[in-house]
Structure formats: structure tokens, C-alpha cells
Design a protein around this ligand. Structure first.
Ligand code: SF4
Length: 288
């Protein structure tokens, strides 16, 4: 009895599904963006970096692992190879050993050596600030290029990673699965000036509340705007236990989060943890 009351109380004000016009969808999408901006005013990239080269390297390393694991790996990496010239001249086995905890380390080392050499030889040692140049670098696809453009160069970009694609479909913004098609569909809905922050907000929501396997619908502040309410746990108490990072009272992914981040910074991994790193697959990024 008590449980049914809780369930009833949790149900959001989503009306029975009617076909939605494109205009109504766009209005609802923009409301979601505004609500997410209120929920995550501190949304930011969750990779630690100090310059475009560090962000590029960290983004390449983030494929198939967590940002936390990358953030625990890059301080040692950048201490040893601070510039593209230094990294291009690395002994491959030594580079592999440092990035091993991020997984797929042989391929990633090849990409880092290749992109560092290309930046040294073709771009005078500076990471290029144009999409068409970035995607010519080894291991750099459109998603990585957009991360770097949006966060290191201030060029608006929509970053369609696994979280963004999943949420765009749950929100009913698109039915597309292909990241480039998702990007094109979302670009039609939002003004360019919103693209970078929208990407961070949606990814924040995907990592904290709207998880891939068990979205915490019963604790989701935008449930009334979401046609997929009910895909996950609707019981508010149970849903609250699913929240992650600062929403769940846990440390975040960055060792050096921005000053306005309300959660705790992540801790450096101990040597043993680093060696035996097993990423939380719920938060793992898919390769490009
Ligand atoms: S209501 Fe559920 S599916 Fe919709 S955004 Fe919230 S957690 Fe995700």
C-alpha cells in the first residue's frame, strides 16, 4: 500500500503519448536544455587538461575507459612528455607502459605517437584549431575533434559520445543511431552558441541520473519533459540510490575540478589500483 502511494507520487506529469509536432519537440528540447542548465550550472569537460595538446591526448585515451582512469593516468604521462615533440620522440614501450591502465594501450600509443609527430611536422608543434585538420591526425575522429574545438578553442561543437546519443534518443530528439546523424539532428534544434554547454549538460545527466542500463527516473528532475520516463527505476527511494558522482554524494571524475564544482575531487589511484584498473563499464565510453 505504502509502496503504491510512493509510485503514484513519483509519476511525472507526462501526458499520454500523442504524436508530437516538430515545433513542440523543439520547444520541449529547449526546455530540457534550460532545466539541465539549472541542474548542472557547473557542467564541464570531465578530463583534466591545461592546454589543447593535453585535452587531445586525454580524449584519445578516454576511448573504452572512464574519464577518471584517464585523469589518474595523465599526470605521469604529461610530466614525462609535456609537448608533442617530447611525445613523438617517446620509446613506444615506455609510452605503452604509462598508458596501460587506460586499456587498448598499444593502439592508443600508436595514435599518440602518430598525432604528436603530425603536430610537430605539419603544424609547427601546435594543435590545429580546425575540424578539417584535427580529423587528419591519427586516432582523431569527429567526436574527439569536437571535444578539443569546443573546450580548448571555444569553437561550438556537439560531442556525440555514448551518453549523448542515448539521451538524445530517450528525449525523442532523434531516432538516429549513427553519431554523425545524431549530431546533425541536434544541430537543427539548438543554436550554435549552446552546442558545447548542451553537450556537457547532457553527458552530465547521462553519467549521473539517466544511466544506460538503469536510468533513475524516479529521481530525475526533468522526468516531466521526458517521453522515456519509466524506462528505468521509478520508485523515488530506489532511484535515489542509483545517483552517481556529486548527485549521489560520491567524488567526481576530475582530480582538478573547476572551482564551482559542488562535489569532491577524485583521488589519485594507488599504484595497485592503477595496475589492476577495471573500469566501471556503465560509464565506459565507446570507441569512435
Ligand atoms: S525520466 Fe528517466 S529516461 Fe527520462 S531523462 Fe530522466 S532518467 Fe532518463
Amino acid at each position: 500500500m505504502a509502496e503504491s502511494k510512493v509510485r503514484k507520487a513519483a509519476a511525472p506529469a507526462v501526458k499520454a503519448r500523442k504524436p508530437e509536432s516538430q515545433l513542440a519537440m523543439v520547444r520541449r528540447a529547449r526546455k530540457i536544455n534550460r532545466a539541465l542548465a539549472e541542474l548542472y550550472p557547473y557542467a564541464h569537460p570531465e578530463l583534466d587538461f591545461d592546454n589543447p595538446f593535453q585535452l587531445l591526448v586525454a580524449t584519445v585515451l578516454s576511448a573504452q575507459t572512464t574519464d577518471l582512469r584517464v585523469n589518474q593516468t595523465t599526470p605521469g604521462l604529461f610530466a614525462k612528455y609535456p609537448t608533442p615533440e617530447d611525445m613523438a620522440a617517446a620509446v613506444p614501450e615506455e609510452l605503452e607502459e604509462i598508458i596501460r591502465p587506460t586499456g587498448f594501450f598499444r593502439n592508443k600509443a600508436k595514435s599518440l605517437l602518430g598525432l604528436s609527430a603530425a603536430i610537430r611536422d605539419r603544424y609547427d608543434g601546435e594543435v590545429p584549431g580546425r575540424l578539417e585538420d584535427l580529423v587528419t591526425l591519427p586516432g582523431v575522429g569527429r567526436k574527439t575533434a569536437n571535444v578539443v574545438l569546443g573546450n580548448a578553442f571555444g569553437v561550438p561543437g556537439i560531442t556525440v559520445d555514448t551518453h549523448f546519443g542515448r539521451l538524445a534518443r530517450r528525449f525523442g530528439w532523434t531516432a538516429e543511431e549513427d553519431p554523425e546523424k545524431v549530431e546533425a539532428a541536434v544541430a537543427e534544434i539548438f543554436p550554435k552558441s549552446e552546442w558545447t554547454m548542451l553537450s556537457h549538460r547532457v553527458v552530465f545527466h547521462g553519467r549521473r541520473i539517466c544511466h544506460s542500463r538503469k536510468p533513475a527516473c524516479g529521481a530525475c528532475p526533468i522526468a516531466s519533459l521526458c517521453p522515456s520516463y519509466g524506462e528505468g527505476e521509478t520508485d523515488p527511494e530506489k532511484a535515489r540510490t542509483l545517483l552517481k558522482y556529486e548527485m549521489g554524494g560520491q567524488p567526481g571524475q576530475r582530480l582538478r575540478p573547476p572551482a564551482d564544482y559542488p562535489g569532491e575531487a577524485a583521488a589519485r589511484a594507488t599504484a595497485a589500483e592503477h595496475e589492476g584498473a577495471v573500469p566501471d563499464m556503465a560509464d565506459v565510453e565507446v570507441a569512435e
